[in-house]
Design a protein around this ligand. Structure first.
Ligand code: SF4
Length: 362
């Protein structure tokens, strides 16, 4: 494992909006208001997302005046790399500092099918899942759309050195994306836009802990992106223990919302199921899970959970993981075990931030 701490400078300007928060149309409107031609918006997007420049002054096909007013109204770089941890398997975990001093994590994962980036949507989280380091210290604030986009741009800039490309996005980092719904949606539209990062909807996955009203809203957006639900339990009792949100948004209602989503979009969903030693990983739990999700067009993603130092959960033994998987398969459930990545770095969500920023996560 390699860890490097950089001394890279970041802007201290806070009041300005990140230019990465703007949709192409919003940029066109801004240009018109400033007496500029709308087609300049596409040139600016090209500098931001294709050439990935680090300073407005590099936008050489724009007038000096336009570059100056862009600089007056917007920020370009708002993320400072505090820590970059590199795993032997190629996973890279970034700890970024925001303009107001808070920190967030972003992870680059390597797969056979390409490079995937896991982005953060909030500084901390108020959902309180009992296995998660990201919720320690609660929620500090939502991220702006541009701060989520900037994470992908930063990782892409790192990949530019080896001429590689970010090919997929998972919104599974720190925070509950559906609690920062509008900014998350704005982020999705920007990275999906052909003039933006042009990442195909089918290469984007959003995951929720189960904010039911937002699931209905999201279903109605009818975006063709992948949708995952953190289930983690085969029944109400265990789910409430692992995820206190289950007391507010109950399991039967959650599954009803999921059925609505599937009917509306025609897409299957993924259920994320973290295996916690002795808690939810027994054969009878697998049988109960199979009964619970029977008839739902879905896929179950089993996640062998690492030991989280701040919490009491232990890892499920290897043979038990396979027994659990086999029980689901025998019951006709579509299931895979998530490949472990970055096991030699602070891989679980929020661990790096919790270690490096103790005051923020207390
Ligand atoms: S698992 Fe996700 S929703 Fe739950 S506390 Fe952690 S960041 Fe929040």
């Amino acid at each position: 494992m390699e860890t490097s701490v950089t001394t890279e400078k970041t802007e201290t300007v806070i009041e300005k909006i990140s230019i990465y928060s703007l949709q192409l149309q919003e940029l066109k409107d801004w240009l018109k208001e400033h007496g500029e031609k709308a087609f300049r918006a596409e040139q600016i997007f090209d500098w931001l997302y294709k050439k990935r420049i680090a300073d407005f002054s590099e936008m050489s096909n724009l007038s000096k005046n336009l570059r100056e007013i862009l600089e007056e109204d917007f920020t370009l770089t708002t993320l400072k790399t505090l820590v970059k941890q590199e795993s032997a398997d190629g996973t890279i975990k970034f700890l970024f500092e925001l303009h107001d001093g808070f920190s967030i994590e972003t992870v680059l994962m390597r797969h056979d099918y390409g490079n995937s980036v896991c982005v953060t949507t909030q500084v901390g989280c108020r959902i309180g899942c009992t296995f998660c380091a990201s919720t320690l210290g609660g929620l500090k604030r939502n991220l702006a759309a541009g701060e989520i986009v900037a994470q992908v741009v930063k990782v892409q800039q790192a990949l530019d050195e080896t001429e590689e490309r970010v090919s997929s996005i998972v919104i599974m980092g720190i925070g509950e994306p559906f609690e920062n719904y509008d900014n998350m949606l704005s982020f999705l539209k920007i990275i999906n836009h052909e003039k933006g990062l042009n990442i195909g909807a089918r290469h984007i996955t959003v995951s929720t802990s189960g904010i039911i009203p937002r699931i209905y809203q999201f279903a109605d957006e009818n975006m063709q992106i992948n949708f995952a639900i953190s289930l983690h339990a085969p029944n109400t009792e265990i789910r409430s223990r692992l995820m206190p949100i289950n007391r507010a948004y109950k399991l039967p209602d959650l599954l009803e919302a999921v059925r609505y989503y599937i009917n509306k979009t025609g897409r299957r969903v993924s259920f994320e199921y973290g295996l916690f030693g002795g808690v939810n990983d027994q054969v009878e739990h697998a049988q109960e899970l199979a009964r619970l999700i029977k008839g739902i067009k879905c896929h179950v993603n089993l996640i062998p959970v690492n030991y989280v130092p701040e919490r009491d959960y232990v890892r499920t033994p290897r043979e038990q993981i396979f027994k659990f998987e086999k029980t689901l398969k025998d019951a006709g459930v579509n299931v895979t075990i998530r490949r472990e990545q970055g096991s030699d770095i602070d891989a679980a969500c929020g661990q790096l931030r919790a270690k490096e920023r103790k005051e923020e996560t207390r």
